[in-house]
Design a protein around this ligand. Structure first.
Ligand code: RP5
Length: 191
């Protein structure tokens, strides 16, 4: 095992990471956590790193340059404000990059969104919604699923569970009515 592999956070010790989740600051971690968790739930190995386009640019370049040799297939990059990390990584590797605009205090993440979204022709970044860590993880899994039927089945099962959940909510709402449904929703939030 090379030294770089030792610092990998793999969802499954047997699985070498195929997805990297990188962020400009540890303050972005909460936003990316749902994506990291869903990848883990699907048994997809992840490498999670803090790499700043502005504070650690050389480390970011080294990561992007080594990404393909390490076997990474998708990179999720979250950043806030002047969010250059996803675009800079996309400029250094042809591995698909999913950008996650992190919500900011001053501009609510509109700054992050435009920074990530408005890439010049030729260097795409697939941008999810502001704070869209979960969808970034799901999209990464879906990209891998195009060549992996096991992951595809897990995504199908996940979507089936979403479908069942909404159908059961609808049934309950019809049965007990709006007022009682809202009461129960408020009660479950307190607990
Ligand atoms: C960006 O600056 C990071 O992605 C983060 O969202 C933002 C603020 O970073 P901290 O000041 O919280 O470290 O590079």
């Amino acid at each position: 095992m090379n030294p770089e592999q030792k610092i990998l956070t793999s969802a499954n010790a047997e699985t070498l990471p195929s997805v990297a989740v990188v962020m400009g600051s540890d303050s972005d971690l909460e936003t990316l956590k749902p994506g990291i968790e869903v990848l883990s739930r699907f048994g997809i190995g992840t490498e999670v790193r803090i790499l700043s386009a502005h504070r650690t640019p050389m480390e970011m370049v080294a990561f992007a340059n080594n990404a393909k040799a390490k076997g990474l297939k998708v990179i999720i990059a979250g950043a806030g404000g002047a969010a250059h990390l996803p675009g800079m990584i996309a400029s250094l590797t042809s591995i698909p990059v999913i950008g996650v605009p992190v919500k900011t205090k001053s501009l609510s993440g509109i700054d992050s969104m435009y920074s990530i979204l408005q890439m010049p022709s030729g260097i795409p970044v697939a941008t999810v919604a502001i704070g869209g860590g979960l969808n970034a993880g799901l999209l990464a899994a879906q990209i891998l699923a195009s060549a992996d039927s096991e992951i595809e089945s897990k995504i199908d099962a996940y979507r089936h569970s979403l479908n069942k959940e909404v159908i059961s909510k609808d049934k309950k709402l019809v049965e007990i009515g709006t007022k009682e449904y809202l009461n129960q929703m408020k009660g479950s939030k307190v607990n």
